[in-house]
Design a protein around this ligand. Structure first.
Ligand code: PHE
Ligand code: FE
Length: 296
């Protein structure tokens, strides 16, 4: 299959994967999607929906239906925006790929969610290093229908602008919060643990691993604990953090982080896979299959 012509490729260098950052907001070129692009969406959509019933939180699954997402074809941003705008005031904007941090925060603070418009190639069905349409749209967008989560994401954007001005360490603390909630968060429900993180729901392997594997830790959400914890970008996570509900997330992140950043600057960071005293442990992972290095 021919690669999508406007797709921004990442660069593979001797330092590994280097993403290309672009700032442009683009109209979703919906008519340019090929039959293969729609088929990729369809394959991934069907596979993940089947897997996620009973694994993703119900808010996520219901929101996909409410928005009219289906396996039939790649959704149109303008149609989703009508539903989303009416529900929580968020707007999807098309982008070519990763944005510089400050641009990303500014979009979120203004309730614009940047969605990569292109979809992965068929040979990348199971794994792609950079975010594509499937990750962004299938993974991130549904929970923007939830009023509390929608507010959390906008507050995160404002917090990002602030952390960016404070400095790189503050930004690192805040990025870890995003990683362990928005991307890789689990939520405790009356029926058991469920997934809400976009990085998990858009991955078949991690949807199973995060909930069912004996290897990773599953630990109760704790803001400062998370802000001190390194993470994995090229393997499944060694630790997942469990919230009790979106209200908890909102309440815990309400305070001004400035004094927290100042306090954390003097404290050590935790390896991704290490259980700490004081953790509320849902599962202590057996660490099977873990790479010994590579936390970021
Ligand atoms: N309260 C945070 C601050 O003062 C902002 C924030 C809100 C960050 C929600 C993340 C999530 O920086
Ligand atoms: Fe993401």
């Amino acid at each position: 299959m021919e690669a999508n012509p406007r797709r921004v490729e990442h660069q593979q260098t001797d330092k590994g994967y280097v993403p290309v950052y672009t700032t442009a907001v683009v109209e979703q070129p919906w008519d340019s999607y090929s039959a293969d692009d729609h088929a990729t969406w369809s394959t991934l959509y069907q596979r993940q929906r089947e897997l996620l019933v009973g694994r993703a939180c119900q808010e996520f699954l219901d929101a996909q239906d409410e928005m009219g997402m289906s396996e039939h074809m790649i959704p149109r941003f303008d149609q989703l925006n009508e539903v989303l705008g009416a529900a929580t005031g968020w707007t999807l904007v098309g982008v070519e790929g990763l944005l510089p941090e400050l641009d990303f925060f500014d979009h979120l603070a203004n309730r614009r969610f940047p969605v990569t418009w292109w979809i992965r190639r068929p040979d990348q069905i199971d794994y792609i290093a950079e975010p594509d349409l499937f990750h962004d749209l299938f993974g991130h967008v549904p929970l923007l229908m939830n009023p509390v989560f929608a507010d959390y994401m906008a507050a995160y954007g404002r917090g990002g602008v602030k952390a960016h001005a404070i400095g790189p360490e503050a930004l690192q603390n805040l990025t870890r919060l995003y990683w362990y909630t928005v991307e890789f968060g689990l939520i405790n429900t009356a029926d058991g643990l469920r997934i809400y993180g976009a990085g998990i729901v858009s991955s078949k392997g991690e949807s199973l691993y995060s909930l069912e594997s004996a290897a990773p830790n599953r630990i109760g959400f704790d803001l400062e604990r998370i802000m001190r914890t390194r993470y994995r970008i090229d393997t499944f996570q060694k630790s997942y953090f469990v919230i009790e509900g979106f209200d908890q997330l909102m309440a815990a992140t309400e305070p001004d982080f400035t004094p927290i950043y100042a306090r954390l600057a003097a404290q050590e960071h935790f390896p991704a896979g290490e259980v700490q005293d004081g953790d509320r442990v849902f599962q202590r992972g057996n660490g099977e299959g873990w790479a010994s290095d590579g936390d970021v």
